[in-house]
Structures are given as structure tokens and as C-alpha cells.
Design a protein around this ligand. Structure first.
Ligand code: NDP
Ligand code: 2IT
Length: 452
């Protein structure tokens, strides 16, 4: 029987090898560290997981696709972007995960997101593997026609790699309902197939699930509520600081209000807004989703309760809860220290890996309930899987039914993470609980399916 410390040494060697084999991919290294550093107790306790090659296979994507995406802007100028799809692990089902369009996208970013997605999708309990894709295309300031031409060019290559039983993309940063529409249209044209289950996040009249747009934000609030419940508290009367002002942030703010809490901030890459009365979600939707504007416009229209702070850190605003919902590494150690100083009780990650490792460590040490993204933001991909189920059955469920399923899934994920952490001597540590529980499900399937 190997001890935990021997296992830890083996995992540390593997991490060093991952860094050598995947140079210049710091986000992927960070995600791999975060998972592998918590696995020693389960690998030491269950010898089958120490089988040579199991974890080595888990950290190597099954397939990585890189392609050229040429497109013409409205003035006829040609642009060349890069497209990516990393099909990381299909032991539990078809690869599943979003597409991100943002100038910061590169292979290492997509690999970190795809790696996280494996464990997140496993935690949902549904039959979905892990993948992620995207492009370094920047949709900001582009016309609808430019976005359409880009999406068509992107799908002209991507279509040969995806399918309802193979790989099912959805949205992420920079990819919402508009983009999924253009992508689906091009897929349908090229393949001559009405294959609803090839993409999720579709429009409601043509195969989309009710509550999919809301699911990530709603799910994260339900996860935060479950963490508070564990401590004998609830959301009623709590104030919350939320970052971002896109899909996840908007529906996080909406659900907080519905459950009696009050989100007092939102942000984008230009700065943040503090709104003493609580963010008016209908106004935010109008500015961000309809007009595709910036958060300073929200502050201007909202009147005296709101002010826009250019640049700066949204985490300086005191609150009971923090729900980072913008992007990776947006909440660093000094931001975490400020949150703790201001008495934060829970931090729940709507974005993927928004807290740096140092921030997570500091929050956990201070006794703050910390919900890692792969558990807390799993509601989005979970409802994507429910959209696939509806597409397969050629049916559509009511909003109430989807919400009920979402609530069950989020509560189950919370319970699983909580119980797993206790089982492995890390009570209250949702990071360890989520990593081990996700790992067990994927590793068991990989072992059963042989060396492939
Ligand atoms: P959106 O594109 O709808 O919104 C992203 C928001 O984050 C915008 O306000 C954007 O501001 C801000 N943002 C993005 N990148 C940066 C950056 N580098 N610096 C500062 N602000 C930034 O994306 P989503 O809301 O869909 O995604 C937000 C996060 O949630 C991501 O981490 C994503 O991976 C994660 N997530 C999304 C899910 C989904 O279903 N959509 C599911 C699970 C997780 P600006 O416009 O100025 O760039
Ligand atoms: O990070 C994520 O889980 C997503 N962007 C959603 C993925 C999906 O397939 O719905």
C-alpha cells in the first residue's frame, strides 16, 4: 500500500513532466496543479488509480484540432484568426463544452478549460465527456454581418469534427445565442442535416432548452445557497459582489434578487459599477444584451444610486458573498485578503478558475466557504445536457421542469462534494471534494474501458 506522501511525490513528478511537455501553457499548468494536488488521498486509498498511465492519459487530450479561420470584414479586408477544439476526454459521453471567442484565447487557455470541463461534467452525473474550443477572434465592435461571416468560416472547418454523438459545443465568453444561431445555420447547410443535438444554447423556437441561458448563474446561486445552508445561514438579506456583466453575471444577479439577496456590483473590462440599491437586472440586460454596450452606460442611466469606477478592483466593495463571473485569475491574493477583511462569508465561482491558487488558499484558511467553478458553475453544462436529452426525444420541457432538474443537480453536486471531502479528511474543502468526486467517476470509466 502506497502512502499519501509517496503518492504526492509521484503526482509532483507528473506535474513537472506536464510542464515540460506543454511549454508556455500557464493556465493549463495551473488547472492541472489544482486538480492533481488534491488527488493523493484517493490515489493512495484505491490502488487501481495508481495504475501506470491512468493519470498520464487523463492529462493528455484525446484529440486537439487547430485550424485557420479566414474571414472578411465589412470593408472587405481579410482577417485570419485561429480556431481550436480540444477533445479532452470522452469516457463518460460525447465531448461537451463551450466555445470562447476572445483575443486572449490560445491553446493553453482552451486546454485549461477542457481539463476543468472533464471533472465538471462528471460531477453533473450526466453522460457527457469534456472538451472546449474557441478562437482568438474579438467580437467587440464587430457588426452582426461580420460576426456571421466569422462564425460561418469557423464552422466550415469545425463541422467535420463535431456531431451529436461525437462532440457538442455550446457558448462561453463571446459566444451567446446570436453566435450559436450562425454556427448552427452553417452546420445545417454544410451537412444537410437537422441535427439539433450538435450544439446547445440554441434559440427557443428551434431546439433550445428553456432555462439554458439562465442556468449557469442560477446554478451558481443555488450552490452558494447550499454552502450557506451547511453553515446554518441562507441568502435572505445578504449583499453580494458580482463581477462580469455577461451571461453568467446577469443571471447570477437575477437569481440572487429572487432569493432575497442583493447584488451591488457588476463589471466589464473597462471597470466596475457599484449600485447601492442593488443592480437593476432589466436595465443591465437592456444595456449589455440588447445594445451590446458597456457598464458605464448602465451607471449613467441608473441615476444616483450607481457609480462607475474605471479600472480598479470590484473586490474592494464590501459584501457578504462574492461571485466572480467574468474570467480566469480575476480574483488574486490581495483581492481575497480584502474580501476577508470586509467579512465575506462565501465565494462561489461562476467563471472558470477566477480565483488564483493563492487566493483560494487564503480564503480557505480564513474559513470562508469556497465553491470551485467545476462544481459551482456546472449548472450551465448540466442544462446543456438536458437540452441534448430533449433534442434526442424531440420534445421540450417546461421552464418549471428544467428549473427543478437544475436545482436537484446543483444540490446533488453540493452534497457529493461535501461528503467526498469528509470521506477524505478534508471537511468543508469543496475543492478537494469536487476534484476527487469528479476524478473517481471519470477514472472508473477509463479503467473499465481499457487502455485507449
Ligand atoms: P460573456 O461573454 O457573456 O461575458 C463575459 C463578461 O466577463 C463580460 O462582462 C466581459 O467584459 C468580462 N470579461 C471577459 N474577459 C475579461 C477579461 N479578460 N478581463 C475583464 N473582464 C473580462 O461570458 P459568460 O458570462 O458566458 O462567461 C463568464 C465566465 O463564466 C467565463 O469564465 C466562462 O468560462 C464561465 N462559464 C460560462 C458558462 C456559460 O454557460 N456561458 C458556463 C460555465 C462557466 P468585456 O465585455 O469587457 O470583455
Ligand atoms: O464552462 C462551461 O461549462 C460552459 N461554457 C458551458 C458548456 C456547455 O456545453 O454548456
Amino acid at each position: 500500500m502506497t502512502t499519501r506522501s509517496e503518492t504526492r511525490t509521484t503526482l509532483d513528478h507528473l506535474l513537472t513532466e506536464i510542464e515540460h511537455r506543454n511549454p508556455a501553457q500557464p493556465e493549463f499548468h495551473q488547472a492541472a496543479h489544482e486538480v492533481l494536488e488534491t488527488l493523493a488521498p484517493v490515489v493512495a486509498a484505491r490502488p487501481e488509480y495508481a495504475e501506470p498511465g491512468l493519470i498520464e492519459r487523463l492529462v493528455e487530450p484525446e484529440r486537439q484540432v487547430l485550424f485557420r479561420v479566414p474571414w472578411q470584414d465589412d470593408k472587405g479586408r481579410v482577417h485570419v484568426n485561429r480556431g481550436f477544439r480540444v477533445e479532452f476526454n470522452s469516457a463518460l459521453g460525447p465531448y461537451k463544452g463551450g466555445l470562447r471567442f476572445h483575443p486572449s484565447v490560445n491553446l493553453g487557455v482552451i486546454k485549461f478549460l477542457g481539463f476543468e470541463q472533464i471533472f465538471k461534467n462528471a460531477l453533473t452525473g450526466l453522460g457527457i465527456g469534456g472538451g472546449k474550443g474557441g478562437s482568438d477572434f474579438d467580437p467587440h465592435g464587430r457588426s452582426d454581418a461580420e460576426v456571421m461571416r466569422f462564425c460561418q468560416s469557423f464552422m466550415t472547418e469545425l463541422h467535420r469534427h463535431i456531431g451529436e454523438h461525437t462532440d457538442v459545443p455550446a457558448g462561453d465568453i463571446g459566444v451567446g445565442g446570436r453566435e450559436i444561431g450562425y454556427l448552427f445555420g452553417q452546420y445545417r447547410r454544410i451537412t444537410n442535416r437537422w441535427e439539433a443535438g450538435v450544439l446547445t444554447g440554441k434559440g427557443q423556437g428551434w431546439g433550445g432548452s428553456l432555462i439554458r441561458p439562465e442556468a449557469t448563474g442560477y446554478g451558481n446561486v443555488l450552490f452558494a445557497a447550499a454552502m450557506l445552508r451547511e453553515r446554518g445561514e441562507d441568502l435572505e438579506g445578504q449583499t453580494a459582489v458580482v463581477s462580469g456583466s455577461g451571461n453568467v453575471a446577469i443571471y447570477t444577479i437575477e437569481k440572487l434578487a429572487a432569493l432575497g439577496a442583493n447584488a451591488v456590483t457588476c463589471s466589464d473590462s473597462s471597470g466596475y459599477v457599484v449600485d447601492e440599491k442593488g443592480v437593476d437586472v432589466e436595465l443591465l440586460k437592456q444595456v449589455k444584451e440588447v445594445e451590446r454596450g458597456r457598464v458605464d452606460t448602465y451607471a449613467e442611466r441608473r441615476g444616483s444610486s450607481a457609480r462607475f469606477v474605471p479600472g480598479g478592483s470590484v473586490w474592494d466593495v464590501p459584501a457578504d458573498l462574492a461571485l466572480p463571473s467574468a474570467t480566469q485569475n480575476e480574483l488574486d491574493e490581495s483581492a481575497a485578503a480584502t474580501l476577508v477583511r470586509n467579512g465575506v462569508k462565501a465565494v462561489s465561482e461562476g467563471a472558470n478558475m477566477p480565483a488564483t491558487p493563492e487566493a483560494v488558499h487564503l480564503l480557505q484558511k480564513a474559513g470562508v466557504a469556497f465553491g470551485p467553478g467545476k462544481a459551482a458553475n456546472a449548472g450551465g453544462v448540466a442544462v446543456s445536457a438536458l437540452e441534448m436529452a430533449q433534442n434526442h426525444a424531440r420534445t421540450s420541457w417546461t421552464a418549471a421542469k428544467v428549473e427543478e432538474e437544475l436545482a436537484d443537480i446543483m444540490n446533488n453536486i453540493h452534497t457529493t462534494c461535501h461528503e467526498t471531502a469528509e470521506r477524505y479528511d478534508a471537511p468543508g474543502d469543496y475543492v478537494t471534494g469536487a476534484n476527487i468526486a469528479g476524478f473517481e467517476r471519470v477514472a472508473d470509466a477509463m479503467l473499465a474501458q481499457g487502455v485507449i
